[in-house]
Design a protein around this ligand. Structure first.
Ligand code: MIC
Ligand code: SF4
Length: 756
């Protein structure tokens, strides 16, 4: 397989060639016109005639066009792929180095430090890609989703990526879904990708943005309405005149942060803005091909005329009245207009002073974002203002970096004292060696990122992170305060005058075209079979995987309760990022962080629990290790939306490795639930949500009747208290018949090994 630095036009034409026939099949089978999401899914069904199409119920097999992996999840994905015994990936696959670069000094210095410090991991990823026919984007090339948007995404396509913000490509009318590594391995080995036929949420956009309002405000507002689990199991489709008024990268911002409402993915229809973006990024041929089938790359006309009959839920948003919003701290759905933040911060005791402003991430680092933010920087300087807080800028890709440097925009930020970091995730994923603040000091930061869980950016629990648009980040950083409303308030300049900040319209695309910058792509050789992939047995960063044991056919009995988490238990709580990114390729070492951030429901303490072997309180990773060594199997209990956030399968592999057999929760986030199933752990939800309260720290848990595990049946769970009393409760599961095979085999990968 040749994997180039762009999606070949032949691949796109092949996808378009089946549209006429398959969409007819879809309309016939559903007995009505189709939304765009339905069209793309139907066109990628493994079996369009017979697949079940009941929303939220049927499981279907899909055939994605591409797979993208980022370095922090790619290591486990490739380690799993390697055990499948194939010579080549069966679907075009790329690996992107973006998560492992730590922000500290400046872009160039930090990149060199990362290349040196991560030599072993980059060497592994580069060689494994060359060996198995995948494309490799070297460190410095940019954030996976920005690079995918610039090079690989195409209207009407379907891809999966081992990162929860893969839906970014929905900005180019693609169905792009975030998955765990084991899902990616299915597709890379030539198997279809299995998912529940989604529900559909329609967001009808009217009007047009103006002033300080930005595309980011659309998703900040949607997160407010739908909350962090309101999109679970659904694809969010944006439509209406307002949708057509947004730039392609603005659409991508909105789809990107759809991950924060738990949506399977989000997307917009193909339109002129997308065509302009494709042409500007050197893909005229893709735009021409899309133009030729444009009627297939938007919903059928009946959908916009009468949306109520097509969507499970509809939200109306008028962009003309949308005000700038800001969400946080600690959760991305705690939203309010910027103008109201000051009063709320005062009430809640959040520090009003802004200690840092950060612009970038896969969500907001497009050319347009940067031009709008730079216009504010220029305006501030011209009016005699400076930034009151440190400002950090991370360009989304090498192409964006080179272009904004050429166009003088980096200079605008630097004139305001900003630091320009490497083209990478950086502070968005805790890769921020923050020098200007100590742990334990309450402080507030504003970012244009998407997530704001505690410790996410600088590793400090005392940092309050607020997410907002790049425009609002600029304004609040210049003002140095949270209680500043850029649309209405004034600032005092160096001459003592009261001045008002203004924001320019920005440039959707660079008028001189993009500058590709440095070449950072490595194509695989035509024949990679002689490439050696080295995993040293003494490495502390990479470890060859041993298969998990198959199910022995017996009920799972007498599990100890390792952890009962209360409140939010995101993947950042289960397997923290930041310094732990170091061990993403070494299952045993990374298990040193398992459930480290979970709040113990019995004690309210973070990260510690009862070790039932001796009654002592210990850190969860240590108890897990001790149970593992003693052969004690265990269960983890979670609250609502367990495993919210990232796609990282480490949050499932670590518990599995250390002896978890079952995870019980009030509800799960989609990717985490699938990751648990894939690794052979039983995810169960309380049929009666209050049964969560029944479980005590010294109880023993048994899951019974597993030989009869089947779709639409419940699992009986017996809770045995220390005095021997038992309570039986019913638990639900979402296994499809195929997925039950994963459980029986011990993991989905064990099945692939049997089949390849
Ligand atoms: C994130 O934003 O949390 C990450 C880091 O990009 C993750 C992937 C990971 O944990 O490696 C994600 O969103 O899936
Ligand atoms: Fe990277 Fe942050 Fe985007 Fe995740 S959300 S891919 S860490 S920039």
């Amino acid at each position: 397989m040749t994997v180039a630095a762009a999606t070949p036009i032949e691949l796109i034409q092949a996808v378009y060639a089946t549209l006429d026939e398959r969409l007819e099949t879809g309309r016939r089978r559903l007995g009505r016109p189709l939304t765009l999401a339905e069209k793309i899914l139907v066109n990628h069904l493994d079996d369009p005639e017979d697949a079940g199409l009941e929303r939220g119920v049927s499981y279907v097999d899909l055939r994605p066009d591409r797979v993208a992996l980022q370095d922090a999840t790619a290591q486990m994905a490739w380690l799993q792929f390697m055990t499948a015994g194939l010579d080549e990936v069966r679907i075009p696959t790329t690996t992107h180095c973006d998560h492992l670069i730590q922000a500290r000094d400046d872009g160039r210095t930090d990149l060199l430090t990362a290349v040196d410090g991560n030599r072993e991991v980059y060497g592994f990823l580069g060689s494994v890609c060359a060996r198995y026919g995948a494309g490799f984007w070297k460190p410095g090339s940019g954030i996976i989703h920005q690079v995918v948007l610039e090079q690989y995404a195409f209207p009407g396509g379907m891809m999966i990526g081992t990162d929860s913000h893969t839906p970014n490509a929905g900005g180019l009318a693609m169905v792009a879904i975030g998955v765990g590594g084991a899902d990616a391995v299915d597709v890379m080995t030539g198997f279809p990708w299995n998912v529940r036929w989604p529900k559909l949420i329609g967001i009808h956009l009217t009007g047009e943005l103006s002033g300080w309002a930005a595309p980011k405000d659309v998703i900040l507002k949607v997160a407010d309405i739908l909350t962090v689990n309101g999109g679970t199991g659904a694809i969010v489709e944006y439509f209406g005149p307002g949708a057509r008024s947004l730039s392609a990268t603005g659409k991508a911002t909105i789809c990107n942060m759809g991950a924060e409402i738990g949506a399977t993915t989000s997307l917009f229809a193909y339109d002129d803005a997308i065509a302009r973006y494709l042409k500007s990024t050197g893909r005229e041929a893709v735009a021409d091909a899309a133009d030729a089938v444009a009627h297939h790359l938007r919903a059928d006309d009946a959908v916009e005329a009468d949306p109520g009959t097509f969507f499970d839920q509809i939200i109306e948003l008028d962009l003309s009245t949308l005000s700038p919003h800001i969400n946080g701290p600690h959760t991305p759905d705690l939203s309010r207009p910027v103008a109201d933040l000051g009063a709320e911060a005062e009430r809640e005791g959040w520090p009003l002073e802004v200690s840092a402003g950060l612009i970038g991430s896969c969500t907001n680092s497009s050319y347009e974002d940067i031009t709008r933010a730079a216009s504010i920087a220029r305006d501030a300087l011209a009016k005699g203002l400076t930034a009151k807080a440190p400002l950090l800028i991370t360009p989304g890709s090498e192409q964006v970096r080179a272009t904004i440097e050429r166009d003088g925009l980096l200079a605008d930020f630097e004139a305001l004292g900003a630091k320009v970091l490497a083209n990478a995730c950086g502070p968005c994923i805790g890769q921020w060696d923050r020098q200007d603040m100590e742990d334990g000091v309450p402080n507030s930061i504003v970012t244009s990122y998407n997530r704001n869980f505690p410790k996410r950016n600088d590793g400090y629990a005392t940092t309050h992170a607020f997410v907002t648009s790049p425009e609002t980040v600029m304004a609040l950083t210049i003002a140095g305060r949270l209680d500043f409303d850029p649309a209405n308030d004034t600032l005092t300049n160096d001459a003592g005058e009261e001045v008002r900040l203004s924001v320019g319209p920005g440039d959707e695309l660079p008028s001189d075209g993009f500058d590709p910058g440095e070449a950072t792509f490595q194509a695989p050789p035509a024949d990679g079979s002689s490439v050696e992939v080295a995993v040293s047995p003494t490495s502390d960063r990479l470890q060859v995987l041993a298969p998990f044991p198959a199910w022995d056919g017996e009920d799972i009995t007498d599990l100890a309760v390792l952890v009962k988490a209360q409140g939010k238990c995101t993947t950042d709580h289960i397997s923290m990022a930041g310094p732990w990114l170091h061990y993403r390729g070494h299952l045993e070492n990374i298990s040193g962080n398992v459930y480290m951030g979970a709040v113990n429901a019995f004690t309210d303490e973070v990260g510690t629990g009862l070790d039932v072997t001796d009654g002592k309180t210990r850190a969860y990773p240590e108890i897990a290790r001790r149970y593992h060594e003693a052969g004690i199997a265990w269960v983890a209990i979670g609250d609502e939306n367990m495993g919210e956030g990232s796609s990282r399968e480490h949050a499932a592999m670590e518990p599995r490795f250390r002896g978890a057999r079952v995870v019980m929760a009030r509800s799960f986030a989609r990717i985490h639930e699938t990751n648990l199933k894939k690794q052979g752990i039983l995810p169960l939800t309380f049929a009666n949500r209050d049964d969560y309260d029944l479980i005590g720290p010294e109880d023993r848990i048994s899951a019974l009747g597993l030989a009869d595990l089947a779709p639409d049946t419940q699992v009986e769970v017996v809770i045995t208290s220390p005095d021997g009393g038992t309570t039986s409760i019913a638990m639900d599961h979402t296994y499809s018949p195929d997925q039950i095979e994963w459980f029986k085999a011990g993991s989905a990968l064990n099945l692939i090994r049997q089949r390849t």
